[in-house]
Design a protein around this ligand. Structure first.
Ligand SMILES: Cc1cc2nc3c(=O)[nH]c(=O)nc-3n(C[C@H](O)[C@H](O)[C@H](O)COP(=O)(O)O)c2cc1C
Length: 260
């Protein structure tokens, strides 16, 4: 075809435009998870800190947080069956537009409602840390009433789904200088290595005064003097979420090897 021909010019322009649009659309598709991660940066900062993939005390750049989050996979638990839901997409539960349509709210029986929530969702995303380990760390959302407000946090369990790896409380409106001590790193460190369940699978976790020689020591986090109302709320919300109406059925199935 003649270089001067209008037909060739049109062909070159069309092919170039087509190639560019394919490139742009592919980039948009491939970069979607990254874009979402940047949008959720504050929330995922906490997940990354609990993941064990980075030094939890490090002051991480946004890039470092988003990079580390590529190794944290949201997985949806159906609390009704106590199993991973393989059919629904966890992302659609994180997007408020789609979550409202899909989610079902379930009444919490009053005698089990130690977190004072009245309702909880049927499906909830937990976060699996991708490592070479056969039993990866899992991060569970937890929330419930403190003294003045709903306290939101994440609790990371080691692969045995019993030993606490780390915990964070990222949102609440407890009193500054009193209830907000639940965010003090020096207090949160005391959670590491504590266990939720005893050998018989009974939930033993609690917060309060601890005696090193007592058999409860392994399951008990020290309290915070002057902030007992908030701290009791924290203990109660942990006990709700890891109790029979929360994650306990999932953890039992996991112990029996039915969930991986
Ligand atoms: C204005 C005001 C705000 C308070 N805020 C909190 C709070 O956020 N969390 C809390 O546990 N206690 C708070 N308290 C203290 C509680 O009323 C209660 O005395 C305390 O939790 C008991 O803890 P202790 O048994 O360790 O002394 C507050 C007290 C006052 C007067």
């Amino acid at each position: 075809m003649d270089n001067e021909s209008p037909a060739k010019a049109i062909l070159v322009v069309t092919v170039t435009a087509l190639l560019c649009s394919i490139l742009v659309s592919s980039a948009a598709v491939f970069l979607q998870p990254l874009q979402k991660a940047y949008a959720d940066i504050e929330r995922i900062r906490y997940l990354v800190q609990l993941s064990g993939l980075v030094d939890s005390d490090a002051d991480l750049s946004e890039f470092a947080i988003v990079s580390a989050y590529q190794d944290v996979t949201p997985r949806l638990i159906d609390l009704e069956t106590g199993s991973f839901d393989q059919n629904l997409d966890p992302q659609s539960f994180e997007d408020p537009d789609t979550a409202d349509e899909l989610q079902q709210l379930v009444s919490i029986p009053a005698e089990l409602d130690s977190a004072r929530l009245e309702l909880r969702p049927r499906w909830i995303s937990v976060y699996q840390v991708e490592t070479d380990s056969a039993l990866p760390r899992l991060i569970f959302p937890i929330y419930g009433q403190g003294m003045w407000s709903t306290i939101y946090g994440y609790l990371a369990l080691e692969g045995d789904l019993n030993t606490i790896a780390d915990v964070v409380f990222y949102e609440h409106e407890e009193t500054a200088g009193i209830g907000d001590q639940i965010q003090r790193p020096a207090w949160l460190v005391g959670w590491r290595g504590k266990k939720l369940y005893d050998e018989q699978g009974q939930l033993q976790f609690d917060i309060g005064s601890i005696d090193v020689d007592s058999p409860e020591y392994d399951y008990r986090v020290d309290g915070i003097a002057g902030a007992t109302v908030t701290v009791d709320g924290v203990a109660d919300l942990v006990r709700y979420w890891f109790g029979p109406h929360g994650y306990a059925p999932f953890i039992s199935r996991f112990d029996a090897g039915q969930e991986r």
